[in-house]
Ligand binder design. Structure first.
Ligand code: NAD
Length: 425
């Protein structure tokens, strides 16, 4: 038996710990602005429930591996916990806590009745066969089973998971319940009660936020996108469809650049076939770091946390950053970008399209009903633009960055929910 649990050196500052420090810093700023007392601030800084599990996985060659899994419910004052499930070798309890906290503010900001949660398994899905992945997912779900449910906590896809993963989550939960429970998870295939429009929802939201922030015709606006997965590839596609010129994209395999604009549809087909963007014939190769420093109008980070730091922020030339990823910008980088006049549409606003359509999927499941893709798109647009306008108005009124304004709104609504409910007992 081999143990794949990552070593835990107490003094080690992991990327996950850095993400949590960023999230706590953003909370502190909002709490100070709102004048929240220390007790309530501490309550909001602390997850309500935090579970670490060991997940044994039988490999194809008969070996038994054990990986660590997590589920964190950061806050449930406004409704059931909601948040993605990440499969990534670097994930840890700190990262999952940070991501759960951002989900809490995001749901409150866009006005949907959820608290924030997140799940993670410290594993590289690319290193497992489909059957191993299925066994891993089912065992992880059975380990966290007491926490999840359509009225308690509803997972969804995130980095390294997809519709198939969600179908396994739904099936495992349903088998245990003894009947089908589609509302336990969102981002499912449509044949299992998934919503039309969920696959592209986060990217559609990124496009809506980017075009609203641009405030001018997208024709010829140049864009670079870091991350070419579920969010980044379709964000590049939708921005290109709107008239923008996507000149560079990257994924783990490499980065590609074309001054004349990439053919995004062709690049998506190439990446699907070869496993990445590297080697795309109709573009030049670029280094991962150079992508951030291109002279473009819009930069869309859509990979992982902590990629825009005090080291590269001074060299970023994009005037607008639209955060498809959660937590891509550190607080130190935020200060530099603000001083340089770069507008940052923050994650909890820019990538909220995913949880908005997840919410619509859950409402449809609870009513055993399905809306048309046109209806979904309209509702998504309304909620995104409503939140965008509230954030930009508050930022202008109080001299805040868009991130600060978004946090003041999100944190303020959760704090209000606590105050109205009172403290039990
Ligand atoms: P994904 O696994 O589908 O894609 C991740 C992409 O990032 C892949 O293309 C991967 O190759 C790339 N990547 C990883 N490390 C990289 C690096 N160092 N440089 C360049 N590219 C790199 O994940 P996703 O669902 O697209 O999620 C991406 C981000 O968006 C995450 O921060 C996630 O939390 C956030 N997000 C996702 C959703 C959703 O609905 N999937 C919703 C809201 C926010």
């Amino acid at each position: 038996m081999s143990i794949m649990v990552p070593s835990t050196t107490p003094a080690l500052i992991t990327p996950g710990r850095q993400a949590l420090d960023s999230a706590l810093h953003q909370l502190d700023q909002a709490a100070a602005h709102l004048g929240l007392d220390d007790g309530l601030r501490t309550m909001l800084a602390t997850p309500r429930r935090s579970l670490t599990v060991s997940v044994p996985v039988r490999r194809e060659d008969g070996r038994l591996d054990v990986v660590q899994g997590f589920r964190v419910q950061h806050n449930v004052s406004r409704g059931p916990a909601k948040g993605g499930l990440r499969f990534h070798p670097g994930t840890d309890i700190h990262e999952v806590t940070a991501l759960a906290m951002w989900m809490t503010w995001k749901c409150a900001l866009v006005g949907i009745p959820y608290g924030g949660a997140k799940g993670g398994v410290a594993v590289d899905p690319a290193g497992l066969t489909t059957r191993e992945l299925e066994r891993l997912t089912r065992r992880y779900v059975s380990e966290i089973l007491p926490l999840i449910g359509p009225e308690k906590d509803i997972p969804a896809p995130d980095v390294g998971t997809d519709e198939q993963t969600m179908a396994w989550v739904m099936d495992t939960y349903s088998v245990s319940a003894g009947y089908s429970v589609p509302g336990v998870v969102t981002g499912k295939p449509t044949t299992l009660g998934g919503s039309l429009g969920r696959t592209g929802a986060t990217s559609r939201g990124v496009q809506i936020a980017a075009l609203a922030a641009l405030g001018r015709s997208p024709e010829g606006v140049t864009v670079a996108v870091q991350g070419f997965g579920k969010v980044g590839a379709l964000a590049a596609q939708y921005l290109s469809d709107a008239g923008c010129k996507v000149v560079a994209v990257s994924d783990v395999t490499g980065a590609v650049y074309s001054a004349g604009g990439l053919d995004v549809a062709r690049l998506r087909a190439y990446a699907a076939e070869t496993g990445g963007v590297r080697g795309f014939h109709h573009a030049d190769a670029l280094s991962h770091d150079d992508l951030f420093e291109l002279d473009v109008d819009v930069l869309v980070p859509a990979a992982l946390e902590g990629v825009i730091t005090e080291a590269n922020a001074p060299r970023i030339r994009a005037r607008l950053i639209v955060e498809g990823a959660n937590g891509p910008t550190t607080p130190e980088a935020d200060t530099i970008l603000a001083a340089n006049g770069t507008t940052v549409v923050p994650d909890i606003l820019a990538n909220a399209g995913g949880v908005i359509v997840s919410y619509l999927e859950w409402v449809q499941n609870m009513q055993a009903y399905a809306w048309s893709s046109g209806e979904i798109e309209l509702k998504l647009r309304d909620l995104m633009l409503g939140a965008f306008s509230e954030v930009t108005s508050l930022a202008a009124e109080r001299g805040l960055t868009l991130r600060q304004a978004a946090h003041v709104l999100g944190v303020g609504r959760v704090a209000e929910a606590h105050q109205m409910r009172g403290l039990y007992p």
